[in-house]
Write a protein that binds this ligand. Sequence first.
Ligand SMILES: [Zn+2]
Length: 365
Amino acid sequence: MSTRTVRYALISTIATFGLLVGSASAASAAPQASKAPKASKAPVSFGAGGLSTSSDRPDHACLSGGDSCVSSDPKVSLAWSSAVSTAGCRFRVVIDWGDGQAAQTAELGGSKDAKVWKVGRNYPGGVAARQAYRITAKASVLQDKDKRGCSIESAATALTLMCTPQQLSGPAWNTRFPGGQSAVELLNDSFRPRVEKFVAAMTNAGITVRPTSSLRSPQRSYLMHFSYRIAKGQISPAEVPAYVPVGSEPAPKVCWQHRTKTGKTDTQASVAAARQLLGALGVDSALATPPALRSRHNTGDAIDMAVSWSGPSVKIKNAEGKSVRITSSPQDGTNARLMAVGASYGVHHFSPAAVDRNHWSSDGR
Ligand SMILES: [Zn+2]
């Protein structure tokens, strides 16, 4: 009679061998008598890496052993191993992968040689699936031919599926959804001529005009909106909804929730990354409201312009050709008289003006 305990580990396919997560407590009652070497003492060893390499592979903290695994690889396996013969044994494992799906059942046949059995799961690779999973596997002996003492351990482990560096929020997203161009030429055919005339009138009056953003993709609006709200502490990174694409348009699949190397949510890192992205997107630091998710910028009906002048007064022609003298302050785009001149051209400043000091559009929205 011999005891044939099958042990388990969680492994990930990036390094096919050696990602040991933990060992389970013995679940099945194995007969006491044993002449052969005890399988439960057999080393769980899947290759050369071993347990000592954990610090070299921060994306595979699973190597560190214990009962948890932190990885950015959504392909994982639970593995059972036996260092001795399990001939005549048959096992069943019922695995709940912790993702709300029905439990998976697998049968493991015995082997006269040492063997590793793997049952794999591919979690979705997308951002939405980057979370913590509680994995449990109930193992049982289906057959113990000749009553030789087959046994198998049940498993329980925690997997934290990390976002990849590519998915994580940060300034790199600025170039993935362009549309932050400032050119007046990008405005639509209805709005562009009005802006051109207003800008010409301002320039002729000695007013400095610096367009900063005109046409903007809705994806970029999404990035601006939520990086602003996270940076200002208005929304938890975990609560940011995914971008809802219209038709077949590409979606920014950005991971707003940063985590520590041990898989804990890291609000500080999430806020810092959102702040960096906000700056990279060219959002005005004085903006007092989140950039709109859908705005006049998306249709070429809005332009952000930094407007300023010095000196006690300026004289500017309105659309009717009348000369308007401006002596009041502030000497920027939020000046009430300048806004009235803009309106005469059909270029309306955002209201209240101080909330978005550079935003002009076809209807003020
Ligand atoms: Zn704007």
